[in-house]
Design a protein around this ligand. Structure first.
Ligand SMILES: *[C@@H]1O[C@H](CO)[C@@H](O)[C@H](O)[C@H]1NC(C)=O
Ligand SMILES: *[C@@H]1O[C@H](CO)[C@@H](O)[C@H](O)[C@H]1NC(C)=O
Length: 569
């Protein structure tokens, strides 16, 4: 009894500390500073990532059901050049090759996702379990472990079974919570003896906003003002349910961790001396990261979201807020359901206050009352939205530490793309990006942020959602025009390898040589790639020519022999 009340007091104290800590973030002080030499703690985990729909291909093979992405990408006009992920990198068939690439880089972990409809074709566990799908992931997991790499497994990287979208309206419908929980439970049952790091959702922001609000992503619905908030509400509850399932049924036996992977760009006030800009920047981050992280760490949506969406809904004449609410029971159910927090981060924006009048209806974007700006000096080598702003990474990590009570963090995605059908293997800008972003992460760790691992995005070039194959994020170049989808290392493979083997940035002299050495390897791979179409052409030619030439030779020698024999006689 006494013990109990002591615990209670400790708990309250801890909570108070958390609340105190969450006011700690200082918006006005952005210490950028110069490059920091140093290494990460031993045991820091280095990895690379991928996702099922973007790399596997084999979209209709071995009993796999359709996902919303199969259906969406098959509709014309949705994806750049009407491309699809039907075959993509053929990763489904190339586990062995890809693991060899990872092993060569000496990765500590590989982050990948399980395709829900590959295992449960209709999405529903009680309908049918596709053992062939289970077998595929068994092989992948076993082979990773044999090669001493830790699997980090995402359960939902956007490929909802199509049946669930058609029958129930997908994430708009609360029935997804139980279907997803059944799927997750099956994964814990079948793979949990070997998988110790589980990520329920990858980037739910994108699922909610791009899937159900703007319609740029599958399932392509444009339910402006409500679609994203409703989807997010069900996703948050689904995450919590899966965490509770693991906690109650599997944790004792399997001793793993369950987290979520949230994406967030950093928002920096345009003018740090202007309180309205600071508040706008905070809204930007709260509507992005806080939307999901605050319920999971503190039990409810950020106050700022409740205020803004509530006020705008009232101005529209609605009787209740477009942002759903958690009941008291739900609040305590969702709070504290992250054993670690996955963070994916790619870029930063400057933010300023901007009012959007409510008379023309509102949506997720206008609810925030802000404008995003970029500095034209920021490099933007690849995707239109992706400006390289390394210091934003440290700011974000520091914000996460102060807001959510210093959680264990795994960086689950960080990297940069290049534009169009570029065959440039000497990816200078990617080496620069990795160097500077990882260095800012090192600074954050020295500031006391609890980052345990880093995952670069991504291992291979792959299907980039609505951008098709036009943006390449891979450390490895994939030749999508060749049937066999060969992989070629970009220079950044060598560069990342050196960061891994040094566990950071040991000293200036060494680092300066890294880039030069990496560039030496890529010029030779470049020649290889340039020669590749020629080589495959030559193979085709030899297939016809060699037998013909041989037959001709034999015939000629026969004639010559006969001629010789004749003259002898
Ligand atoms: C993609 O499909 C749309 C609709 O059928 C068509 O208008 C467009 O030309 C197609 N684009 C390409 C590159 O084939
Ligand atoms: C959820 O699905 C059920 C069953 O199809 C349906 O009756 C209900 O209206 C759906 N709810 C929403 C919010 O779409």
């Amino acid at each position: 009894m006494l013990q109990h009340s002591v615990l209670r007091i400790c708990h309250i104290l801890l909570l108070a500390m958390c609340i105190f800590a969450s006011e700690d973030f200082d918006w006005t002080k952005n210490k950028i500073g110069s490059f920091q030499y140093g290494t990460f703690a031993s045991g820091f985990s280095w990895g690379a990532g991928s996702s099922a729909y973007q790399t596997e291909g084999a979209w209709d093979k071995d009993g796999k059901g359709k996902s919303i992405w199969d259906v969406f990408s098959h509709k014309r006009g949705k994806i750049h050049l009407n491309d699809t992920g039907d075959s993509s990198c053929e990763g489904y068939y190339k586990i062995k090759d890809d693991i060899a690439l990872m092993k060569d880089m000496k990765l500590n972990h590989y982050l990948f996702s399980i395709s829900w409809p590959r295992i449960l074709p209709s999405g529903v566990k009680t309908d049918y379990i596709n053992e062939k799908g289970i077998e595929h992931y068994d092989n992948l997991i076993n082979m990773l472990l044999e090669n001493k790499m830790t699997p980090i497994v995402t359960l939902y990287h956007w490929d909802l079974p199509q049946v669930l979208e058609e029958k129930y309206g997908g994430w708009q419908n609360a029935s997804m919570i139980n279907f997803f929980n059944d799927f997750a439970n099956l994964c814990f049952e079948r793979f949990g003896n070997r998988v110790k790091y589980w990520i329920t959702f990858n980037n739910p922001w994108s699922v909610a906003v791009e899937g159900y609000e703007t319609g740029e992503h599958a399932p392509g619905l444009k339910m402006r003002g409500t679609g994203a908030y409703n989807a997010a509400h069900n996703i948050i509850k689904a995450h919590a349910k899966v965490w509770h399932t693991y906690d109650a049924q599997w944790r004792n036996k399997q001793k793993g961790m369950v987290g979520i992977s949230l994406s967030a760009d950093w928002g920096e006030p345009v003018d740090v001396n202007n309180q309205r800009d600071i508040e706008a920047a905070e809204r930007y981050v709260q509507f992005y990261l806080g939307w999901f992280a605050t319920p999971l760490f503190h039990g409810d949506y950020p106050q700022i979201m409740k205020d803004y969406i509530g006020r705008k809904s009232a101005q529209q004449g609605l009787s209740s807020s477009r942002l759903p609410t958690f009941s008291p029971h739900e609040k305590s159910y969702v709070r504290g359901t992250c054993d670690f927090l996955g963070i994916s981060h790619f870029t930063t924006r400057y933010i300023t206050q901007k009012n959007f009048p409510s008379n023309r209806g509102n949506n997720y974007f206008t609810d925030r009352d802000l404008a995003e700006l970029v500095d034209p000096q920021w490099p933007d080598p690849g995707s239109e939205w992706l400006y390289s702003v390394p210091w934003g990474f440290r700011r974000l990590l520091s914000f996460v530490k102060t807001q959510y009570g210093d959680p264990i963090i795994y960086v689950t995605g960080n990297g940069v793309s290049e534009k169009m059908m570029c065959t440039e293997l000497c990816d200078d800008w990617r080496m620069q990006y990795l160097r500077d972003y990882i260095n800012e992460m090192l600074k954050a760790v020295k500031d006391g942020v609890n980052v345990k691992g880093y995952t670069t995005w991504s291992l291979l070039d792959k299907f980039e959602w609505d951008e098709g194959y036009s943006e390449r994020f891979g450390l490895y170049y994939v030749d999508f025009d060749s049937k066999n989808k060969p992989r070629y290392p970009k220079a950044s493979v060598q560069y990342y390898k050196r960061i891994i083997s040094s566990n950071g940035f040991p000293n200036q002299r060494e680092i300066e040589s890294w880039k030069r050495k990496a560039l030496e390897t890529c010029t030779s791979s470049n020649q290889l790639l340039a020669a590749d179409p020629l080589i495959s052409h030559m193979e085709m030619v030899t297939e016809i020519v060699v037998p013909t030439v041989c037959t001709l030779c034999i015939l000629l020698s026969a004639v010559f022999l006969m001629f010789l024999l004749r003259t002898r006689i």
